[in-house]
Design a protein around this ligand. Structure first.
Ligand code: FAD
Length: 307
């Protein structure tokens, strides 16, 4: 059995594994794919102390750093369930079970997709999901934000300070964001809002986005906008479906509830990163959270009797 088993190989999981291994405890890391969302990212300009890097490069450094320690890395494996008996038992989809005295859950999240033509084709070529990350790439340009909930309106306000023009498209007839955000958005003169708009296609020139097509749900008419970027803000889904049958407490959005040390509702089970209730989902934040969770788990281990 392991002393600490990390589930997930993104920034949170990598940080947790390094912090655990440096305590000299038996550490394992199981992940479907090393690097997590970072592998899907092109330019990264907010990884502090590194002015510019790219996803695959940062992923490779994460993996190399973890490999400097005696961490048992198991990739291409999906966790399927977690139970707690004497130890924490992690069931894998392959049928195997791994036992550990403590666990750090770091299975991350994924952006909900529109599912319209052009979205996949122009991903990272104008289709973006993270305004903190990609906003500055659209300086001086016209962009759309799809989604009029809190994250959509926050993104629109944020982007309006950077880009030339922001158009928000909301499917319903009203915005679902908090009134104070809506008021702020309406007060900005380079931000306009279209409700009853069903996005039907992301348009491009073959290399990058140059527009967007939507249906006006009131009139049924098809319309087009000319723009350079589309920020999809219709939800971030935590990769925690596999925990639904477990005793690990999740909130209504499926995020793992943690305390300030990363502890979940199950003794010995810690969590970090985008899969949790942590308010902002970013690489540096996930790494810090991974370190916190590993130290939290280590504290737990030294206080529990040796199994
Ligand atoms: P993830 O990176 O999501 O990693 C999750 C890990 O868990 C992966 O290894 C995955 O394979 C594994 N996993 C999932 N389910 C299972 C399972 N059932 N069993 C086993 N393993 C599993 N942030 C920034 O700070 N700057 C940026 O510029 C930036 N740009 C971004 C661009 C894009 C396109 C995207 C999608 C995100 C971007 N982000 C950026 C956000 C950042 O990538 C995330 O906040 C960060 O990767 C979260 O780290 P994590 O370790 O919590 O989860």
């Amino acid at each position: 059995p392991y002393d600490l088993l990390v589930v997930g190989g993104g920034p949170a999981g990598a940080a947790a594994a390094i912090y655990a291994a440096r305590k000299g405890i038996r550490t394992g890391l199981v992940a479907e794919r090393f690097g997590g969302q970072v592998m899907d990212t092109v330019g990264i300009e907010n990884f502090i102390s590194v002015p510019y890097t790219e996803g695959p490069k940062l992923s490779a450094s994460l993996e190399q750093h973890v490999k400097e320690y005696g961490v048992d890395i198991i990739t291409d494996q999906r966790a399927a369930n977690l139970t707690r008996k004497q130890m924490v038992e992690l069931e894998l989809q392959s049928g195997a079970t791994l036992s550990s005295r403590s666990v750090v859950l770091a299975t991350g999240a994924r952006w909900r997709q529109l599912g319209v033509p052009g979205e996949e084709k122009y991903r990272t070529k104008g289709v973006a999901y993270c305004p903190h990350c990609d906003g500055p790439f659209f300086k001086g340009k016209h962009v759309a934000v799809i989604g009029g909930g809190n994250s959509g309106i926050e993104a629109a306000i944020d982007l309006a300070g950077i880009v030339k023009q922001v158009t928000v498209l909301e499917f319903a007839d009203t915005l679902r964001a908090d009134e104070v955000l809506v008021r702020k958005a309406r007060s900005m003169n380079n931000l306009d809002i279209i409700t009853n708009a069903q996005t039907t296609e992301v348009l491009g020139d073959g290399n990058k986005v140059n527009g967007l097509a939507y249906t006006d749900r009131e009139t049924g008419k098809s319309k087009q906008l000319e723009l350079a970027g589309v920020f999809v803000q219709i939800g971030l889904v935590p990769n925690t479906e596999w925990l639904r049958e477990s005793e690990v407490e999740l909130n209504r959005m499926g995020e793992i509830l943690i305390d300030e040390r990363g502890a979940t509702s199950v003794p010995g089970v810690y969590a970090a990163g985008d899969a949790t209730t942590v308010p902002y989902k970013q690489i540096v934040i996930s790494m810090g959270a991974g370190a916190t969770a590993a130290l939290g788990a280590f504290d737990y281990l030294i206080r529990s009797s040796v199994a």
